[in-house]
Design a protein around this ligand. Structure first.
Ligand code: APR
Length: 230
């Protein structure tokens, strides 16, 4: 089977009701990154950070995958599909995708503040002050904050370099190192971009753009790819 690697961002979950970050009405219009998504913010005001992620986690329990997520599951019928997501939601997994690599963490998990290897599934949506790890430190959201290392970037680079087909869905490609992954793709590998506000990707040759929402664009692309294999 040909290997398809898919890089997704907040846009693929927009039609499920989860806000993106940088669109009009995006999360970063209402919250300052410095207040809720850095380690310094965590040291300064834990309750503000806990409230921000608790609200997002509460909402995650209220939404479902959309046609874009489900279409990628269909693709697994004829292709070896690997998803690299910047999203911290679990909508790819809920839709049934088998291989999902989270670059920026997972909202339904929490971890120790003093030992990043101590990661736990959170029961329910609320993480409270006083919820401690087995070493006695306050539990924090299992999220990669701005300025923190991205532990899964190496496997993501290796996967991108092995792709026979590369698909980019719903990301503004503003945040590195994730935004640089498309440049690890072998030259002349077909690259597809699905985004209603898509712009051409500098330095990417074999690019096809679906300038539309994931809910319609991804099923269209998937049908095309599935038809291309006997
Ligand atoms: N379908 C597809 N794409 C969409 C849709 C949709 N229905 N709606 C919006 N988009 C596109 C926008 O045009 C934009 O290009 O999704 C993209 C969302 O971009 P961002 O809000 O910047 O989200 P993302 O690229 O995932 O952010 C990257 O930044 O804030 C950090 O850690 C956070 O993982 C996140 C990272």
């Amino acid at each position: 089977m040909k290997k398809i690697v898919v890089l997704t961002g907040a846009g693929i979950s927009a039609e499920s009701g989860l806000r993106t970050f940088r669109d009009s009405n995006g999360l970063w219009e209402e919250h300052r990154v410095e207040d809720v998504a850095t380690y310094e913010a965590w040291q300064r005001n834990q309750q503000l950070v806990l409230d921000f992620y608790n609200q997002r986690r509460k909402q995650l329990y209220e939404v479902k995958p959309n046609a874009g997520h489900y279409a990628l599951v269909e693709l697994e019928k004829k292709f070896d599909v690997h998803i690299i997501t910047q999203n911290v939601d679990d909508l790819h997994e809920q839709a049934g995708s088998g291989r999902v690599l989270h670059l920026h963490g997972e909202l339904k998990k929490v971890r120790s503040t003093i030992d990043e290897n101590l990661v736990y599934e959170l029961n329910g949506w609320e993480l409270k002050k006083g919820d401690l790890c087995e070493k006695g430190s306050q539990l924090r959201p299992h999220i990669v904050w701005f300025g923190e290392a991205v532990p899964m970037i190496e496997p993501a680079m290796e996967l991108s370099a092995k792709a026979d087909i590369y698909i980019v869905i719903g990301t503004s490609l503003n945040v590195y190192p994730a935004a640089g992954l498309v440049y690890y793709v072998k030259k002349d590998t077909p690259v597809y971009l699905v985004d209603p506000h898509a712009e051409m990707l500098q330095g990417v040759n074999n690019l096809t753009v679906f300038r539309e929402p994931a809910g319609t664009g991804v099923p269209k692309l998937v049908n095309q790819l599935l038809k291309s294999v006997p």
